[in-house]
Each structure stands twice: as C-alpha cells, then as structure tokens.
Design a protein around this ligand. Structure first.
Ligand SMILES: [Zn+2]
Length: 243
C-alpha cells in the first residue's frame, strides 16, 4: 500500500511542478498562448497549444466564427452540406475579400470548414507574410489553391479512409503570388533551391504548428504540385503529421 501511495505522491508532485514551471514560463514571457487552458485568440502569436486549440474548434462552429470575427476576418456562413457516405460539413464558411486578410484566394471565395479558415488566417499573419518578407522582400497577395471540399477517400481510392477533404477540413495550396508579380509554385520551385524554395519550405514547416497534417513534395509524388493542410481530429490531442 505504501508503495502505491508513494507512487501517487510522486506523480502528483511531478504534475504540480510541471504545471508550475509551465505557468511560470508563460507568465514570465507574457505568452498566455503557451498555456493549455487559455482561450484561443487568432490575433496572438502562435503558442505551444495553438495547434491543438485550432483543431479543437471542430464541433464548436459558433466559437470558431466568434474568433474569426474578433480577429477581423470577413466571411460568410454557409448552410450544411450532406454528401454521400461520410461526406459533407456543417461548419463551412466562405472567405470574403478585405478585412484583416491581405491575401486573396484564387479561385476566389474559398470555401472551407471554419477550423481550417482560422488556421489559414493565422498561417498568413504568422508564417506566410514573414517568410515572404524574409526570403523575397515582398508581400504575398494571392494564394492559388486546388480546393477544399471534395467527396473522396484518401488518394481518390474506391475504398479506405475518407479524406479530410470530404468534410472540407483540408486545403491544397499550389502557388503564391507576390506584390511585385512574382509567382512561386510548389511544382516549379520546390526543387530549384534559392529563395523561392526556402520560402516554400518555411511556409510548409510553419504550417505544422497550426494544422494537424501538412504534406509536401517531401512526402510523396502525389504532393509534388501542392501543399496539403488539414485539421484531422487527432490534432486536438497534439498528434501531428508534418512531412
Ligand atoms: Zn489535400
């Protein structure tokens, strides 16, 4: 019995010390976004728990929309969509032009699930624009995408797991257009080295802190022409895939 009690005491002490260290660390640095229990704010920098909180917005459409509104993102709510099998979504929205986003999506009026939209906004502010400034000395004004919602299984197979695209919980990004007219494409520039390739790798890796899954040309040939970002449910537990 005393062994059990000692073990429980040790675990409790460890948990208390770990919690105190985390709190002290976050407060000292003024970074409440690093704490697991604080409310997500899309306007804050990315913290240790930001990715989990974003994935956790799945299933809380109202909270997700409130966060976008507070951050100045313009959007339109969409009615639920029900497709065959597990396809469909009830937390869709469409980006509208202007507001706090400097990037337009092409094709225009991108439709995604709300948690993907929230992560895209944070990705723009915290990852894409700083990377474009650092590597290319310009702003990104447009992102060319290959779509979000698509009723399909992974890799378009006839059986197996449904893709996150089947619930609009994913987005495929193909290229970036800069304020000086430069175009950076995953297909053309990933393997060429130089500033464009460095930019692409930085936006890929930076996305790993905001999305549950990020897949690039480094993963396989199916991703040679785009970066795949999704908010799979496991991201709420901190299980991320970044390839
Ligand atoms: Zn995809």
């Amino acid at each position: 019995m005393s062994v059990v009690r000692q073990a429980v005491t040790a675990v409790l002490i460890f948990a208390l010390v770990a919690g105190a260290l985390l709190l002290g660390f976050a407060v000292l640095r003024g970074r409440t976004q690093d704490l697991p229990w604080t409310r997500l704010d899309l306007g804050e920098p990315i913290g240790i728990f930001t990715g989990r909180k974003l994935a956790g917005l799945t299933g809380d459409y109202a909270q997700c929309r409130a966060l976008l509104r507070r951050a100045g993102v313009r959007y339109a709510m969409l009615p639920p969509v029900k497709g065959e099998g597990q396809c469909g979504y009830s937390d869709g929205l469409r980006f509208e032009q202007g507001g706090a986003q400097q990037i337009d999506y092409s094709p225009a009026r991108l439709v995604t699930s709300c948690p993907v939209a929230a992560a895209l906004a944070m990705w723009e502010w915290n990852v894409v624009q700083p990377a474009a400034q650092r590597h290319l000395g310009a702003q990104v004004t447009r992102i060319d995408h290959l779509g979000s919602y698509s009723c399909r299984r992974i890799y378009g197979r006839s059986a197996g797991d449904w893709s996150e695209h089947a619930t609009a919980d994913a987005i495929d990004v193909a290229a970036f257009r800069l304020s000086d007219g430069t175009r950076i494409s995953v297909l053309d520039d990933w393997d060429k080295g130089g500033a464009k390739a460095a930019f692409l790798r930085e936006v890929r890796t930076g996305g790993c802190r905001l999305f549950s899954t990020v897949l690039s040309p480094d993963y396989n040939a199916a991703h040679r022409d785009h970066l795949h970002f999704d908010q799979a449910a496991r991201g709420e537990m901190g299980w991320r895939t970044c390839r």
